[in-house]
Design a protein around this ligand. Structure first.
Ligand code: ADP
Length: 400
């Protein structure tokens, strides 16, 4: 009786054990399936750093076989390809004390796959005395990162070199212009003295020739002045001497200064003069030069007899001046070149009209310093309108 009971108990125990084994096997299959579906190489090591198991991705990536892997120490795998000093330190010293290792990059030369940068992530599972080690090949991303850092560094170097060359060029222009100004000014004085008969009467023919020399010398001096002005603004050496100033008066000064030129070409300058003052915070001298430049262009690039119209408007924030001509106009594609250095645009008058292509470049720089702006609207053969905008003085009694 007792024996039957014992037998029954043993039977029960055996069934229980079988059930547990079956459940554990099921669980094993489940975990194996999970590890196999992980696309990154993954191995599990025991406390002696022997491989308990590895996933398919590991075998594929590192070109090793299961039979040559399981049970082997990690350092002995695939021609000792994992026997790297860095990895030893990581697994033997760092991991035991930290238990977790995140994104630790190791660059190593693998005999089977070449030099690779592998990102290691590891966990130490104390209860099972196992180490889970995942490996991500980041060679391409790493190389891209290094390449783009190198490229950025090279670009910065190149930019600095170009900047250096540009500065040297500006300095050269400035220096050369300074050197040229003195002799050119002396020529002007001596040609003037000759023309005024300081050393005796001259024939008409001689006077005509001196006249040509004088005009060309004047032109030479104008070019030198343009170059010096641009060199100064480029070197950041133009400082505004601002004051609250009536812009209407500046416009009138610009018109009066060029009245003879306009009269000679039969061109009227129509100024839609407001009844009130229009005070703006500007550098009066520089702003006058900007206006003279634009007005000069309006006359130069218009045929004889074509009028130029000037308007001024003001609101609390801005003072806006427009200079409109009916001249040769500028095609759309050329308009963005206008404010660049040395840009002269071909038009029916540009062959006969003298210029350096520096005036509008300089004007824009000066307006930038004023925190203002300049823009153009134009159509070929119909004419151009230049709009100059500059901040209105804070204490102006603007009506708009
Ligand atoms: P410059 O007149 O000395 O050549 P600017 O910088 O003042 O230099 O002008 C640059 C170019 O823009 C001129 O060469 C000309 O082709 C064009 N331009 C400027 N103003 C006008 C205008 N009002 N009408 C047509 N073209 C113009």
């Amino acid at each position: 009786m007792i024996d039957t009971k014992r037998e029954q108990n043993t039977q029960k125990k055996l069934i229980n054990q079988d059930n547990r084994i079956a459940a554990l096997k099921k669980q094993m299959v489940y975990y194996k399936e999970i590890t196999e579906t992980i696309r990154e190489p993954f191995i599990i090591l025991n406390k002696n750093l022997n491989v308990v198991t590895a996933n398919l991705a590991f075998y594929r990536k590192f070109k090793v076989k299961k039979k040559d892997t399981e049970g082997k120490q990690i350092y002995d795998l695939g021609d000792s390809q994992w026997d790297a000093p860095e990895l030893r330190v990581l697994l033997e010293n760092i991991l035991p004390s930290h238990r977790v290792l995140n994104n630790y990059a190791v660059t190593h030369s693998f005999p089977s796959i070449g030099t690779k940068t592998i990102l290691l992530n590891a966990r130490q599972v104390d209860s099972k005395q196992l180490i889970l080690l995942a490996m991500e090949d980041v060679t391409t991303q790493w190389k891209l990162k290094i390449d783009s850092a190198e490229m950025t560094e090279n670009l910065i170097k190149q930019r600095d070199q170009l900047q250096g060359l540009n500065d040297a060029k500006d300095e050269f222009i400035s220096l050369a212009s300074h050197q040229l100004r003195t002799p050119a000014t002396a020529v002007k004085q001596y040609v003037g003295m000759l023309s005024h008969g300081y050393v005796g009467e001259l024939t008409k023919e001689q006077l005509d020739m001196l006249g040509v020399a004088y005009r060309n010398n004047e032109r030479q001096l104008e070019i030198i002045e343009d170059l010096l002005r641009v060199a100064k603004v480029d070197a950041g050496k133009v400082y505004l001497d601002k004051s609250s100033c009536d812009v209407v008066v500046k416009i009138e000064e610009a018109i009066n200064g060029q009245s003879i030129l306009f009269e000679n070409r039969g061109q009227a300058v129509i100024f839609d003069k407001p009844d009130t003052k229009m005070i703006a915070s500007i550098d009066p001298k520089l702003m006058l030069m900007v206006l003279e430049n634009i007005l000069d262009n309006a006359g130069k690039y218009s045929q004889e007899g074509k009028p130029v119209t000037i308007t001024i408007h003001q609101n609390k924030t801005y003072t806006i001046i427009t200079i409109k001509d009916h001249g040769v106009g500028i095609r759309k594609s050329d308009q963005k070149k206008l404010f660049k250095k040395f840009s002269r645009i071909d038009n029916p008058l540009s062959a006969s009209v003298k210029g350096t292509g520096l005036g509008l470049y300089w004007a824009k720089k000066v307006l930038d310093l004023h925190e203002g702006s300049i823009k153009v609207t134009s159509s070929l053969k119909a004419g151009s309108t230049f709009e100059v905008v500059t901040p209105t003085a804070a204490n102006s009694s603007s009506g708009d």
